[in-house]
Design a protein around this ligand. Structure first.
Ligand SMILES: CC(=O)N[C@H]1[C@@H](OP(=O)(O)OP(=O)(O)OC[C@H]2O[C@@H](n3ccc(=O)[nH]c3=O)[C@H](O)[C@@H]2O)O[C@H](CO)[C@@H](O)[C@@H]1O
Ligand SMILES: C=C(OP(=O)(O)O)C(=O)O
Length: 436
């Protein structure tokens, strides 16, 4: 088992480069399965364990995939298999995103039921409702969901009960090859949805309205491989914005797109953090004293749930009482107990957390409960008194490339070691192109 060891007390300065977005690249790779002709080239792909997993899923399905120098190429022109087994879905829930493409290409898809995870039960009923509206029959049994259509899917009018990111993506992908027009209402508006729509349109699809509440897709007969560069990761950018702010530092987050980060910037400004837009990114200047604020997570353009735990770390260090309300996931407060181990004054009340800062944060051995919690605990370690040891780094490696090394370059006292010897080691994500 590996650990990240942080010694608190350093102000961060310098610049850090943001990778391509995990939550954009996973659906884009899944969408590349729709091309029965030509190769897709996907650029700025981060070396994350989730990317290796989705590549494995595509290979299992009979696509030809390479991953080198942050570039994924996919040739899905051969006949595809229809099944994504549990071993992949268990590792990464986003494996269910191949379902829309497979159903559209093959008329059949069989994907292991994802089950719950550390942040909630995460059903996929809205994805399935969309497939059914387009003419598929959906059956659930023996741990699998199977969707089948008698011939080609047809266009439909679909209203999502909640603007689910995954359901919007899966239905969009399925609708690209359907006969006729599909209109999806109350869709997710995240920048990753727009990135997926842009990729699909480069493949020959006709998708309009991505980024608004209604998406309209005119089905086409065939899609082709396309060349696409993934948008920068707004959650990684946000995590480094918090790292700068919590240490009272001055950091240029290169590649950060301010329009993707409006709600986070607004909240951090309320806390006293200063921002300067520069040609290649966003400069973040932390104040001497941070002010407490209240936060409620919401679908985009509301405050992102994927920044909730990192902001909790920042608010533990702010002056006053704050409340964080989580409305997107039912159980995304597992990290609260770990923060308590670091002497945080924090309590859960229903879907909210109340915290009183500034806490006299103390280094401790803590375990990451999910990927953003991993980052948040490390951020807390940057200002805690003494040494913080963070374990369960498999979560971190799903979403951050070389996180400790990037922080070290900014001046943090941080290292990653194997737990037994506590000697330096390299994370999986640092080993270039495991799949080459
Ligand atoms: C790979 C990826 O892009 N992951 C992101 C995606 O996850 P994901 O696509 O899983 O998130 P959704 O937007 O679908 O889920 C949001 C909420 O809707 C519920 N729901 C969803 C679908 C459904 O059919 N039924 C249902 O009830 C979920 O349980 C959850 O409570 O968006 C989340 C919300 O911004 C982010 O936290 C994740 O980082
Ligand atoms: C919850 C997240 O991802 P996933 O949906 O892949 O679990 C995340 O990126 O914070």
């Amino acid at each position: 088992m590996e650990k990240i060891i942080v010694r608190g007390g350093r102000r961060l300065s310098g610049s850090v480069k943001v990778e391509g977005a995990k939550n954009a690249v996973l659906p884009v790779i899944a969408a590349s399965l729709l091309a029965s002709d030509g190769k897709s080239v996907i650029r700025d792909v981060p070396t994350l364990s989730d990317v290796y997993t989705i590549n494995e899923v595509l290979r299992y399905l009979n696509a030809d995939v390479t991953f080198k120098n942050n570039e994924v190429t996919v040739d899905a022109s051969r006949e595809l298999k229809v099944e994504a087994p549990f071993e992949y879905v268990r590792k990464m829930r986003a494996s269910v995103l191949v379902m829309g493409s497979l159903l559209a290409r093959n008329g059949r898809a069989r994907v292991a039921l994802p089950g719950g995870c550390a942040i909630g039960s995460r059903p996929i009923d809205q994805h399935l409702k969309g497939f059914e509206a387009m003419g598929a029959t959906v059956k659930v049994g023996n741990g699998f969901i199977e969707a089948e259509s008698n011939g080609r899917l047809h266009g439909a009018k679909i209203y999502l009960d909640f603007p689910s990111v995954g359901a919007t993506e899966n239905i969009m992908m399925a609708a690209t090859l359907a006969q006729g027009t599909t209109i999806i209402e109350n869709v997710a508006k995240e920048p990753e949805i727009v990135d997926l729509a842009n990729f699909l349109n480069k493949m020959g699809a006709k998708v309009r309205g991505a980024g608004t509440g209604t998406i309209r897709i005119e089905g086409v007969d065939v899609l082709f491989g396309a060349d696409h560069t993934i948008i920068p990761d707004r959650i990684e950018a946000g995590t480094f914005m918090v790292a700068a702010a919590i240490t009272g530092g001055n950091v240029l987050v290169r590649g950060a797109v301010p329009e993707h980060l409006t709600s986070l910037i607004a909240k951090m400004e309320e806390m006293g953090v200063m921002f300067e837009e520069e040609a290649d990114g966003l400069r973040v200047i932390g104040p001497e004293k941070l002010k407490a604020v209240d936060i409620k997570t919401m679908p985009h353009p509301g405050f992102p749930t994927d920044m909730q735990s990192q902001m909790m770390a920042l608010l533990l260090h702010a002056n006053g009482t704050s409340m964080i309300t989580e409305t997107v996931f039912e159980n995304r407060f597992m990290h609260v107990e770990e923060f308590r181990r670091m002497n945080a004054d924090i309590k859960i009340e229903g879907r909210s957390v109340i915290l009183n800062g500034p806490c006299n944060l103390q280094g401790a051995e803590v375990a990451a409960t999910d990927l953003r919690a991993a980052a948040a605990l490390i951020l807390t370690g940057l200002v805690a008194d003494g040494v913080t040891r963070v374990t369960e780094l498999k979560h971190l490696d799903r979403g951050y490339v070389d996180f400790h090394q990037k922080l070290a370059v900014l001046g943090a006292d941080i290292e990653r070691v194997s737990a037994v010897e506590e000697t330096p080691s390299f994370p999986k994500a640092f080993v270039a192109d495991l799949n080459a």
